[in-house]
Design a protein around this ligand. Structure first.
Ligand SMILES: NC(=O)c1ccc[n+]([C@@H]2O[C@H](COP(=O)([O-])OP(=O)(O)OC[C@H]3O[C@@H](n4cnc5c(N)ncnc54)[C@H](OP(=O)(O)O)[C@@H]3O)[C@@H](O)[C@H]2O)c1
Length: 260
């Protein structure tokens, strides 16, 4: 087992990539704290994950929630070995037509929320710990309508490098996993919640045809990358962005859409 005796916190561990990662970390021997805002999905996730999991309702954007969370983690877990700052939201912010509050909510959740999660976690971390941020291929795509989301995911990469330097004296590694399109509930939230079957099918086909491997990623495939960065298998890997996208950004012209 790759994480025997390790203690991890996963923000947004009640859904999608975070939940898949919690399952895998526990299967590899870790004790895992998961967080989220939605009490029901949090309780369901803890029930599914079993006795090695504990759930904490906490909004990453709310300082009071973070204080309560890390006080509880100090009591329940003592020290931590792994932080997966995974919680995030998507949302459109087309230039020329975006409310400031919409832009700020995405930045506050994905960037400030991730930084202040790690900021609060650092005093609880054992030396040699591993911190992982959840980035995105939006750091590279230049997709119309996603300025705020892309900025947060690019920001996480540069932030991770600076934090890796901060924590190098304690041998704490800091990396980013950058998923491509991955089948999770994020694609059914916000404006997409009201998408028609036809619109959903169009999006599904578009993503598959733009990806060299010709399909969407699975949350479990992102979890395996997080496990790699969390475990000693990546013991000399620090301050990198590990892109897990089926070739979307590295070999875009290999995608089915470009084949003749
Ligand atoms: N799926 C993809 O295609 C994809 C691609 C690239 C990157 N990512 C990144 O992967 C991460 C996980 O997303 P996912 O795809 O697994 O989507 P998801 O199923 O929607 O999960 C998002 C998680 O974040 C939590 N969350 C959101 N806002 C929060 C807040 N303010 N405080 C605490 N928790 C919050 C949600 O829990 P609550 O709703 O209960 O708060 C949920 O557990 C995100 O950072 C996302 O940007 C996903």
């Amino acid at each position: 087992m790759k994480l025997a005796g390790k203690k991890a916190i996963i923000t947004g561990g009640n859904s999608g990539i975070g939940l898949a990662t919690a399952r895998l970390f526990i299967a590899e021997g870790a004790e895992v704290a998961i967080t989220g805002r939605d009490r029901q999905t949090l309780d369901e996730a803890v029930a599914e994950l079993g006795p090695s999991a504990r759930g904490y309702r906490a909004d990453v954007t709310v300082a009071k929630d973070r204080r309560r969370l890390f006080t509880a983690l100090a009591q329940d877990f003592g020290k931590l070995d792994i932080v997966f700052a995974n919680a995030g939201i998507s949302g459109r912010t087309p230039v020329g037509a975006t409310e400031e509050s919409t832009f700020e909510n995405i930045i506050h959740t994905n960037l400030n929320g991730a930084f202040f999660t790690v900021n609060s976690a650092v005093p609880l971390l054992n030396d040699g710990a591993s911190i992982i941020f959840n980035g995105s291929v939006h750091n590279y795509l230049g997709q119309p309508g996603y300025a705020a989301y892309a900025a947060t995911k690019g920001g996480l990469v540069s932030m991770a490098r600076a934090i890796a330097a901060d924590l190098a004296p304690r041998n704490i590694r800091v990396n980013v996993v950058a998923p491509g399109a991955t089948k999770t509930p994020i694609w059914k939230r916000g404006a997409r919640a009201s998408a028609t079957t036809e619109e959903t099918a169009k999006l599904t086909n578009f993503v598959s045809s733009a990806t060299p491997l010709g399909r969407w990623g699975e949350a479990e495939e992102q979890a395996k990358a997080a496990l790699f960065l969390a475990s000693d298998d990546s013991s000399y890997i620090n301050a990198i962005e590990l892109v897990v996208d089926g070739g979307l950004t590295g070999a875009p012209f290999g995608a089915p859409a470009f084949r003749v």
